[in-house]
Design a binder for this molecule. Sequence first.
Ligand code: PGA
Length: 252
Amino acid sequence: MIILRKKIIAGNWKMNKLPNEAISFFEELAPMVKNTENEVIICAPFTDLFYTLLSAQNTNIKIGAQNMHWEEKGAYTGEVSPQMLKAIGVEYVIIGHSERREYFAETDETVNKKLKAAHEVGLKPIICIGETLEQRENGETIQILEKQIKFGLEGLTGEQIRNTIIAYEPIWAIGTGKTATKEDANETIKSIRKEIANMYGNDNAENVEILYGGSVKSSNSKDLFTMSDIDGGLVGGASLDAEEFSKIVNYN
Ligand code: PGA
């Protein structure tokens, strides 16, 4: 079996940065990450996408959005379609982040529709899954993840699943400063890969990049990203500072 997984470091700015702040961030970041072999992605708010795309020209930094609708167009006030993102040059899109599931009523069903819509236009989705603290304490982590994978990721072709990035983000670790131990994160990601293998076969599962997210910073990135099954990270708070983010990207 040929395994072609690479390391991916994706920043998730969430609802942060005005265009001028985004532009200065790129001026600072680009020279600091230009020699990395890791994939570098910044997922910016819609209003920053155009500016970040211009700033990322002639650099190795790729641009992602943080959400989208699954329909191509129509009467969906306030929404943005996959085609719109694709048309301006966006390459990635985060789907089903826990904050969207919690505050904006996203479900495994809407995640699945968005995932398929992203693949249809050739956007690479970054699908977020993860358990709450309560679910973890009740010993339900694996069960919850299996459900999110089964319903959120069903119905793809082998090629589509290999072009899907999964981010395992335990909700209790997001923005809290608490990180899963590297062993724990690695074991959980192995179970996620096993579930993908059940649905899509071993070859595909071994080629899906699965990231860890939740309080990743430069002081823990190397420990996490050098584990056997952790293919990089989805980084929130620590992606807002160019120097800190560059250290995470250059962990190796
Ligand atoms: P955090 O967020 O790094 O600030 O914990 C990660 C995320 O929500 O993607």
